[in-house]
Design a protein around this ligand. Sequence first.
Ligand code: KG4
Ligand code: ZN
Length: 394
Amino acid sequence: MKILAIETSCDETAIALIKASGDLNNMKFKVLNKKVHSQIEEHKIYGGVFPSLAKREHAKNIIPVIKQCLENNNQKSKISLKKYEKEIKEILKREPDLFEAFKDFVLNIPKPEIDMIAVTSGPGLEPALWVGINFARALSLVWQIPMLPVNHMEGHMASVLLTQDTNPKSEIRKTIINFPSLALLISGGHTELVEIKNWNKYKILGQTRDDAIGESYDKVARLLGFSYPGGPQISKLANNFRKKPKDVNLNTMINFPRPMINSNDLDFSFSGLKTAVLYEVQKLGEEIKDSKVKELVAFEFEQAVTDVILKKLQKALKEKDFKNIIVAGGVIANQYIRENIENLAQNCKIPVFFPETEDSTDNGQMIAVAAYIKSFVQKPKIAPKINAQGGLTY
Ligand code: KG4
Ligand code: ZN
């Protein structure tokens, strides 16, 4: 089946078209098209994502992005809006500009050959989520194509199934995951250890009690004078430090805490680490302007985060006979954390699955895969009423 997926939970307007086949034990996916419009430039001055701006930007960009994903073939649209116009106006009442652009879009693009529309319904920024949800409902109605709401974190887990095949001739790759699987989800909003009992059956084993890992990267980056998102910048600084062993004598100056590393559970906490970085930056005063000192702070911070992740993973692995590890979420774009988890998995003789770096941060293709998985237990419907979920629901 062909799935069109829409993701607007944070600051990326992402749409993908994928082909999916097989049963839950033998799924195959092919990404036909994928597009992401990032709002990073717009949010930079706020030092983080500003929800009402994210909503406006999604409403502005969602049509240009979907147009890039769907082929036009110079065919005419056969859609008549008359039947649904009132209902669509109601669905898009909170996005009046989008309503006008939507009409123009469906009247000029032929209905695509797709079987299902998938949309992220949460967790995420509510105003941002609503744009995707309302847009997907309007499309579902006018095209009469059923849709499914998808949990964003299930999307991240599903992203490991998108792994690219190295053989250019076979474009479809299947990754088989055995269960129970241990998932570590590390993103801007979440830090969780999840037991995947089976696709569509999850249990949260532990989670952060305050900041998520990505969030703490972003906050530390701000303390060092860098703009949002901070993850890639901090990891670059930390890598620079690693490459320069001659500066290692600076190392003795800083030692950040590893919060909850020895706690008797699988929960995390990162706000204390961020506060420790804040105090250190204050103590360093003018010295923090020195790029070498920034690199040292970033290195020590990343080391503290990595140590905690590894320890918690090891603890979780001791608690159950997991068949493999899945690690997903924007932070796993970080090569250092990735390599360390890879080493741990190798030492524990357990397979580990990561998404491709490009599928690690928010994207539409992971939402499409999650929808395919969900379609085995929930029937997609035409324009169902959906609530945007601020919290985590599995
Ligand atoms: O999954 P994602 O795209 O969005 C959420 O669902 O939150 O994750 C975004 C987060 C941001 O906090 C960003 O700083 C972090 O992922 N991130 C990284 C790296 N690339 C992105 N963190 C550490 N190292 C990276 N290379
Ligand atoms: Zn995400």
